[in-house]
Ligand binder design. Structure first.
Ligand SMILES: [Zn+2]
Length: 448
């Protein structure tokens, strides 16, 4: 009952109004706000990969199962979604090799790309990640787990994308039902939701993956988003003792994205973040869908969706579906390489953007919106149950000569390029400080 069901948005900045940082007399002290900024004054970038799973190409089985299902249940209806590619199944492999996952993960690591990578735990009902894939070489699952855990996980959160990403599983029999996770369970039975999500997380746990959140297959849960968010938080606590998970369900194409936080319990340091994608999958989805780097960021570095979002300094989360990175001559991987090249040209000295995992964005926004800031003379106090890396504050007023956090000096840097956690930077208008925010109280002492 101690729960505040509060929707918090990007623009709700945590602001403390204090008595100023100067040592002047009270009469001269201006009322100045302390503001939480974007991390290291850079706009988050993040890459979400959906539909990735060990061993199999999920798109291949999704299309096949959807086709069979339609012929049985609605033979007069037209194919919809990816089923329109049924005639291309012979050009789609039914597996994606672990060696490719390793290569892709290494490349992302070298490039500094971070984000979220799905590991569907019982993909298409073909095999369980903790039991094996009948009909496929055993070694392939082992190699897949190694690639996911040792290479990809360094830079990407790993999440289930519920159990099969095709048909709903009956958890008593482990048989597939006639319902679809992204069909009927767009409006899920709330009483079954927590058990279903807990099971998905547990399968990953069984192979040593403590997931940081979940991904909705399609619009799974969207018509009961609050119940979904509640179930994910409960499952995360139950399986991984994680009080601050995230989920990915929503994308905004017209409006600007934020990071809504739900089910906030400030005292216990619990909340769940909704990570919102800001662009369509223009990597090619199945390998045979729209694949166009210009829609993300045009060659002139101004056109496209990403520059518009970055200009507003909003979390810029790209979404792609795993099959296209491999299928059809790696068309999606080619698009990703071009998009990354252009993003690097957009921000050549890396002063404007910062790649983050989904969980890092979630934790940052919790710290930003749920921490209590107070200013008293030359001291600024931050009280929080929501820790994060690189917590960045703007202290308007005069230039600081020295900044200490809990008695430890931050190093002064002269340029935005060098601005990192554990440093402070002075401009003509304000002082920016960045440090790792820990649970409890932290005190900043500012000397002018
Ligand atoms: Zn998906």
């Amino acid at each position: 009952m101690a729960d505040e069901l509060t929707r918090r948005r990007f623009l709700g900045t945590a602001t403390a109004v204090g008595m100023g940082l100067s040592r002047h007399s009270l009469a001269e002290q201006a009322t100045v706000p302390v503001t939480v900024c974007n991390p290291l004054l850079r706009t988050p970038l993040s890459l979400i990969i959906d539909d990735s799973c060990p061993v199999i190409n999920k798109a291949y089985y999704w299309i096949q199962q959807r086709h069979d299902w339609r012929l049985r249940h609605a033979p007069d209806s037209k194919p919809s979604g990816w089923e329109v590619h049924y005639d291309k199944l012979d050009r789609m492999p039914n597996t994606i090799p672990a060696a490719f996952a390793a290569e892709w993960g290494e490349w992302c690591g070298e490039q500094g790309i971070r984000g979220k990578y799905s590991m569907v735990p019982f993909p298409a009902g073909v095999g369980r990640i903790d039991r094996g894939f009948p009909g496929f070489p055993e070694q392939e699952l082992k190699d897949w787990l190694r690639a996911a855990k040792e290479i990809i996980w360094k830079n990407f959160d790993l999440t289930p994308e519920m159990l099969t990403h095709t048909r709903v599983v009956d958890l008593k029999t482990w048989e597939l039902t006639d319902q679809w996770e992204q069909g009927e369970w767009v409006d899920p039975p709330v009483d079954k939701l927590t058990e279903y999500i807990t099971t998905a997380m547990q399968l990953l746990k069984n192979v040593g993956i403590a997931c940081e959140g979940v991904t909705s297959p399609g619009a799974f849960g969207r018509r009961k988003e609050m119940a979904h968010a509640r179930a994910v938080l409960e499952a995360a606590l139950q399986v991984n003792n994680n009080p601050r998970p995230f989920y990915f369900m929503n994308m905004v194409m017209g409006a600007m994205p934020g990071v809504p936080l739900w089910h906030v319990d400030k005292a216990r340091g619990r909340a769940i973040a909704s990570i919102v994608g800001c662009a369509g999958d223009w990597f090619g989805a199945t390998g045979f869908d729209v694949a166009d780097p210009d829609l993300f960021i045009a060659a002139d570095l101004q056109g496209g969706r990403l520059p518009a979002v970055l200009a507003q300094e909003r979390p810029c989360v790209l979404v792609g579906h795993w099959p296209c990175f491999y299928v059809n001559e790696r068309i999606g991987f080619k698009v990703l390489k071009e998009v990354k090249k252009r993003l690097d040209a957009y921000d050549p000295d890396r002063t404007k953007t910062i790649w983050m995992k989904n969980s890092e964005i979630g934790h940052y926004w919790m710290a930003k919106e749920l921490s209590e800031l107070s200013v008293n003379g030359s001291e600024c106090r931050v009280r929080t149950q929501f820790p994060t890396a690189d917590f960045t504050l703007s202290l308007p007023g005069r230039a600081a000569r020295r900044v200490q956090v809990n008695g430890t000096d931050l190093r002064q840097v002269r340029s935005q390029r060098d601005f990192r956690g554990g440093t402070f930077r002075v401009t003509d208008k304000e002082t920016f400080v960045a440090f790792d925010l820990k649970q409890g109280d932290m005190v900043l002492s500012i000397t002018q």
